[in-house]
Design a protein around this ligand. Structure first.
Ligand code: AMP
Length: 120
């Protein structure tokens, strides 16, 4: 699989500081910020700082440090927003996954019961 990262996507612009975000957590390898259109009381997006398009791209090509840093940010978000009762982590991917922004992100949704995983 060939991945052609487009550095004009909106999350790349957020990482460059060209458009604002509501930051929830940041470390050397990842940024977490509140989704602009929240679907739950907690709706945070965790993104790597590197140029990865999708979960599979990140899993294949990101360094060990980048992967550890990314999941450290996921853990920090879960801790910060008190998600001990549970949450859902979603990474929509490409066309069938209905991915709108082609920079890898994990949605962290929580703060209420979320229902079943998929609508038919
Ligand atoms: P996806 O369909 O998984 O690519 O979801 C992209 C998400 O990015 C959506 O939930 C949008 O509401 C969110 N989003 C788009 N632009 C921004 C932005 N400028 N700041 C925060 N979230 C955004």
């Amino acid at each position: 699989m060939e991945y052609n990262y487009d550095d004009q996507n909106i999350f790349a612009k957020i990482l460059r500081g060209e458009i604002p975000n509501k930051t929830a957590f940041e470390n050397d390898h990842a940024l977490a910020f509140h989704d602009i259109n929240p679907q739950a009381p907690v709706h945070v997006l965790v993104i790597p700082k590197g140029p990865y398009m999708s979960l599979d791209h990140f899993a294949r090509d990101a360094s060990a440090d980048e992967q550890v840093g990314f999941f450290a940010a996921v853990a920090a978000v879960c801790e910060k927003f008190d998600l001990g009762q549970g949450f859902r982590g979603i990474s929509n991917t490409r066309t069938h996954g209905v991915q709108e922004v082609p920079h890898y992100h994990m949605h962290i949704l929580g703060g209420r019961p979320l229902g079943r995983m998929l609508d038919a």
